[in-house]
Design a protein around this ligand. Structure first.
Ligand SMILES: [Zn+2]
Length: 287
């Protein structure tokens, strides 16, 4: 499942490719994604120029003229492929998830531009497209979500206040989109390792210093992951044939049974599954 850094990488490649380009035709092969694609979707986008591609948390925001927008959410398994009319590269995926070349099945939405096509592929259909018709609605759309780790509102005061008298553990809050949005299993494990905090510690017992570290390290880990092009969990490549590199810097994620990377610690990394989510940690370094 893509987290904020991976969606940001998709945003960057989309912005480069489709900005200032006009959509000539829209084909919807299957409307039944997580949200049903409305019947006016094709007409809403057809003949419109893409102004720019932005992002909030894991939502891609496509700006059209006159305060019209549409959102793309990749869900669990959604990927966006760019296929040039003149086949210049076999790599079509704008992200590092799933197939690096266009799969034969599950291509649900196709936007046709002059020189290329944008194809939305999603085997599990948890992703969605959504039309938004004004700026206010765009703002309201994200009202239920907490700040991104990069927002200035995601600071010590916010975190400390949020955690007061709360009984759940820190891992469950880091992946709770109402608290902070964009973080999932990969980056929550890495943030807590860097912060030396046990993922199963109750948030009401975190010290001020620990709250501060969570803020600082969330920003640190996510911006580093973006610089490295996100994490390729499998050996896949993007439209340029390059791979994300952050997986080489994982300290705990997917390192169960391997030696802790902290100097002087020879403990083995543990993996614990709670409500179907894996958490990786060192039980000696993380208290
Ligand atoms: Zn350790």
């Amino acid at each position: 499942m893509p987290e904020l850094p991976e969606v940001e990488i998709v945003r960057q490649s989309l912005d480069k490719k489709i900005k200032q380009k006009k959509v000539k035709k829209v084909i919807v092969r299957n409307r039944n994604l997580r949200l049903k694609i409305p019947s006016n979707f094709e007409n809403f986008i057809k003949d419109k120029k893409i102004i720019k591609v932005r992002r909030f948390s894991k939502y891609l925001i496509i700006y059209l003229a006159k305060d019209n927008y549409f959102l793309i959410h990749l869900g669990m398994s959604g990927t966006i492929h760019i296929v040039n009319n003149k086949l210049t590269s076999k790599f079509t995926n704008t992200s590092f998830y799933n197939s690096s070349t266009l799969p034969k099945k599950h291509n649900h939405v196709i936007l046709i531009f002059d020189k290329f096509k944008l194809i939305y592929n999603d085997p599990r259909r948890f992703g969605f497209f959504q039309i938004i018709k004004c700026k206010l609605d765009l703002k309201k759309r994200f009202n239920h979500l907490g700040p991104e780790p990069f927002d200035s509102e995601f600071n010590f005061k916010y975190v400390y206040k949020f955690f007061k008298n709360k009984k759940k553990n820190i891992k469950s809050y880091l992946i709770d989109q109402k608290f902070v949005s964009g973080i999932g299993n990969i980056y929550s494990s890495e943030i807590l390792f860097l912060s030396k905090i046990n993922p199963f510690k109750k948030v009401c017992s975190l010290s001020k210093k620990e709250c501060r570290n969570i803020v600082i390290n969330s920003k640190k880990i996510l911006s580093r992951a973006i610089v490295k092009g996100g994490s390729s969990i499998k050996d896949f490549q993007d439209t340029h044939g390059s791979k994300g590199g952050y997986q080489n810097e994982f300290k705990v994620y997917m390192r169960e049974g391997k030696r802790c990377k902290n100097l002087g610690c020879s403990n083995l990394i543990k993996k614990k599954i709670t409500s179907n989510r894996s958490t990786f940690f060192c039980n000696l370094c993380q208290k």
